[in-house]
Design a protein around this ligand. Structure first.
Ligand SMILES: C[S@@+](CC[C@H](N)C(=O)[O-])C[C@H]1O[C@@H](n2cnc3c(N)ncnc32)[C@H](O)[C@@H]1O
Length: 305
């Protein structure tokens, strides 16, 4: 088995919050007689392998050894697919989407070990946006309710995919938005990005409105003429709020307290966002998610000032 190295403390934070939501979701769907009629689906569209090897702590070869020595530390290194498979009661169905064939092979192993029933886990070796578009259109949303977790490294999630998920009116979305990892880096302070990166930003925001929302024109008096320049005069919080506002245009309700995730050097990496698609379920879903997203410990911080 190869290792899948990513993340650090912030990954643990992210996955713990996902786990809490999945447990709350399945508690509601198993106890509430209206909700219990639905087939519940968990979709992990950037599924990885089901485990992770902390980049600071070694490689997969040492995993078994470390597990034997320190079971708690090993528990922290579960990936999202494994965490979802551990939820009780389990979801009716699990779909794990992963682009890398090598990681798909590891997911197959995980399925053999942990699938509640052989048919309840589907592993798809595909590009996430493409597969989700197909899945959204082929699923009978009168009978299904789903939690979708989008955990990309960077800017892989297209706005069109979020729109398709919102249109189902049946999906609760957990999304890692690459705010510090990519978006604020592309939004240079001294000038708007060139066409290639501007197109990428438009793809992730689903609108060109970011240009006027983030940049303003200023006239700089030069020696012989006045030169007009554009500068970014918003910070990461404003950009995060802009994205959350965008989500409210396609989901029934959105948590207004997405969680900023920072690495050990305090560099902002991602915003962990939540949106609920079903009008009837959204108030409770967002209430639970907002509670789960609350900052914990000394490093907690809010998107709001
Ligand atoms: C951050 S990792 C996911 C980690 C996983 N959620 C976990 O907790 O174990 C991102 C994964 O997405 C996969 N990936 C990257 N681009 C993809 C795409 N366009 N479609 C599907 N999977 C993709 C990568 O191979 C990688 O395994």
């Amino acid at each position: 088995m190869s290792g899948h190295q990513f993340g650090g403390e912030w990954t643990t934070e992210k996955l713990e919050r996902l786990r809490e939501y999945l447990c709350a979701y399945m508690r509601i769907f198993s106890k509430n007689s209206h909700a219990a009629r639905y087939t519940t689906v968990y979709v992990d569209a950037f599924a990885g392998t089901g485990h992770r090897v902390d980049s600071k702590r070694g490689h997969a070869g040492s995993r078994l050894f470390e597990t034997e020595l320190d079971p708690d530390a090993a528990a922290y290194r579960k990936g999202s697919a494994r965490i979802a498979l551990e939820v009780r009661p389990p979801f009716s169905r699990y779909i794990f989407i992963e682009l890398s064939a090598e990681r798909v092979a590891e997911l197959e192993l995980l399925k053999r070990q942990m699938a509640p029933t052989p048919d309840s886990v589907k592993i798809v070796n595909a590009e996430a946006n493409q597969y989700l578009a197909h899945w959204c259109s082929e699923t009978d949303w009168r009978q299904h309710r789903a939690v979708v977790f989008l955990d990309p490294y960077g800017m892989q999630v297209d706005w069109a995919t979020l729109e398709a998920l919102g249109r189902t009116r049946a999906v609760d979305l957990w999304l890692l938005f690459p705010l510090g990892m990519a978006v604020t880096r592309l939004l240079r302070r001294d000038a708007p990005p060139g066409k290639h990166w501007a197109d990428a930003l438009t793809r992730i925001f689903g609108t060109e409105a970011w240009r006027t929302a983030f940049y303003s024109k200023r006239d700089e008096p030069m020696l012989f003429e006045v030169e007009s320049e554009q500068r970014r005069d918003v910070d990461w919080r404003d950009i995060g709020r802009f994205f959350v506002a965008r989500l409210t245009t396609i989901f029934a309700a959105v948590a207004d307290n997405p969680l900023p995730l920072r690495n050990s050097r305090n560099t902002l990496l991602y915003l962990l966002c939540f949106a609920a698609g079903n009008k009837r379920g959204a108030p409770l879903a967002v209430k639970i998610a907002k509670h789960i997203l609350e900052p914990r410990g000394v490093r907690g911080e809010l998107l709001q000032d």
